[in-house]
Design a protein around this ligand. Structure first.
Ligand code: CAA
Length: 464
């Protein structure tokens, strides 16, 4: 299958998302936590938060999402030549999630699958995707597809960060001639050492988080990646120099909570303002001249700058980003899958015809910290794109069919997870019947910490 020429249009050929079957309502959680009314829903922009009982862990989420993708798209197990996993919810310091996923390939006899796990907070999914695409474009490629998988269970100790939890998994089939092409030469990365959010207690699922610093790190990485992306873009497309945000038809962000994304669009507009010529400022940013001496470093928490550019970018947010926040608003922070849940939300929220041949900007951020901005070009082939998007018709009905759980029950399920994290031997007590059809779940953990999984019955044709 391998060809001697460079494969063309490498990118995402199929995408599958899963999220928990149970959620807690953020208005009810505000009351339960004694937070002021509107703090989680308006202040953070969150409506519902998906969560997993002790029946699900990162392995089960990945088993579920990979199985569903292969079934839905009728991909043979032997057609996969590389599988990468991005996660920060590790359950074993040595044995990779990828090795657990090899169970799915055993029957096919395909053990010739490269790739392992990558961990750096919420960035691992992007690292997995880049590694998958890089393999296809390398001399090691043998002509088969790659899979980039990302999954996490985002849980916080009781307190201010708890409402910014969530969970989910995404699998992406990567190959040439894709409907969503990763644009060559248009990746801008910023990595540095920071203690904004990290998980030093290996016995706990909870991170140590400096909320304010994490927001500053996110916004500063956004500034740096955006400016670098602009430079690379302008080198490739000198005729579009200075267009800034106008070069994107949609923009997706890692979404710890929706409000931060709205502010991030404002932040990009502030960058465009600072990078604009005098003429452009007058034309495009009328009334904002007083901010021309403002600095990036001095403005992370400057309310005047924030408000002015939130207002200035409101139309851009509505047109290019808002639709991408559906899953983030309804499920919460999925960590590594978060930004790709933004992609799924955009694909199901905007008529396919409107996205054909368009450019989607992507900002991926993982605390600690690692961040990239890159772009995806949607194929010109409207029929192929429509077929690709049609495969996501299950997402909205699946969201609608979730079960709401009261905060008291959510809180006690969190306590069960907390208490039994890494317990062995252990038999989970979470409900199996509450899970969606075709969901892998943890059956038990034996005295040697070996985990066994089973699957809830699939429906008729195995496609859910
Ligand atoms: N009605 C409306 N709005 C209200 C309100 C009410 N009754 N009460 C408060 N608010 C607003 C506040 O004004 C604030 O909004 P602004 O910043 O726009 O003013 C917002 O609600 C949140 O209130 P606080 O700032 O007081 O919230 P907090 O400090 O108690 O906690 C948090 C917020 C720091 C984000 C915390 O939830 C947290 O630590 N979360 C985890 C860390 C995180 O998500 N960081 C994001 C960047 S790091 C990253 O992206 C990686 C990752 O995934 C973790």
């Amino acid at each position: 299958m391998a060809s001697s020429s460079w494969p063309e249009n490498v990118g995402i050929r199929a995408i599958e998302v899963i999220f928990p079957s149970q959620y807690v309502d953020q208005t009810e959680l505000e009351q339960f936590d004694g937070a002021s009314t509107g703090k989680y829903t308006i202040g953070l922009g969150q409506a519902k938060m998906g969560f997993c009982s002790d029946r699900e862990d990162v392995n089960s989420l990945c088993l579920t999402v990979v199985s569903r993708l292969l079934e839905r798209h009728q991909i043979k197990h032997t057609e996969i030549g590389r599988l990468e996993v991005g996660t920060e919810t590790i359950v074993d310091k040595s044995k990779s999630v990828k090795s657990v996923l090899m169970q799915l390939f055993a029957e096919s006899g395909n053990t010739d699958i490269e790739g392992l796990d990558t961990t750096n907070a919420c960035y691992g999914g992007t690292a997995a995707l880049f590694n998958a695409a890089n393999w296809i474009e390398s001399s090691s490629w043998d002509g088969r597809y790659a899979l980039a998988v990302c999954a996490d269970i985002a849980v916080y100790a009781k307190g201010a960060a708890r409402p910014t939890g969530g969970a989910g998994a995404i699998a992406m089939l990567v190959g040439p001639h894709a409907p969503l092409v990763l644009e060559r030469g248009l990746r801008a990365t910023h990595m540095e050492h920071a203690y904004d959010f990290y998980k030093p207690d290996l016995g706990s699922e909870y991170p140590v988080v400096d909320g304010k610093l994490s927001i500053q790190c996110y916004l500063s990485a956004l500034d740096i990646c955006y400016r670098l992306y602009r430079k690379k873009f302008e080198k490739q497309h000198p005729e579009q120099s200075g267009a800034g945000l106008d070069n994107f038809d949609a923009i997706l962000f890692h979404t710890p909570f929706c409000k931060l994304v709205q502010k991030s669009v404002g932040r990009l507009s502030f960058n465009d303002f600072l990078l604009s010529s005098e003429d452009k400022r007058v034309e495009k940013f009328a009334g904002l001249e007083r901010f021309s001496t403002a600095t990036l470093e001095g403005s992370y928490f400057d309310r005047d700058v924030e408000k002015a550019f939130l207002t200035q970018s409101a139309e851009v947010f509505e047109a290019k980003t808002k639709k991408s926040l559906l899953l983030a608003n309804q499920v919460g922070n999925m960590y590594t899958p978060s930004v790709y849940s933004g992609l799924v939300s955009l694909l199901i929220g905007v008529p396919a015809a409107q996205l054909v041949d368009k450019r989607i900007g992507v900002f991926s951020y993982g605390s600690g910290l690692a961040a990239s901005m890159y772009s995806i070009k949607v194929t010109k082939d409207a029929a192929a794109f429509e077929q690709f998007v049609d495969k996501l018709a299950y997402v909205q009905p699946m969201l609608n069919s979730r079960e709401k759980v009261v905060p008291e029950q959510f809180s006690s399920l969190m306590e069960v997870r907390e208490k039994n994290n890494h317990a062995a031997p252990y038999t989970p007590t979470g409900s199996i019947s509450a899970l969606f059809p075709g969901t892998y779940y943890l059956k038990d953990v034996d005295a040697l910490h070996r985990r066994t999984y089973e699957r809830t019955p699939t429906i008729s044709n195995g496609v859910h």
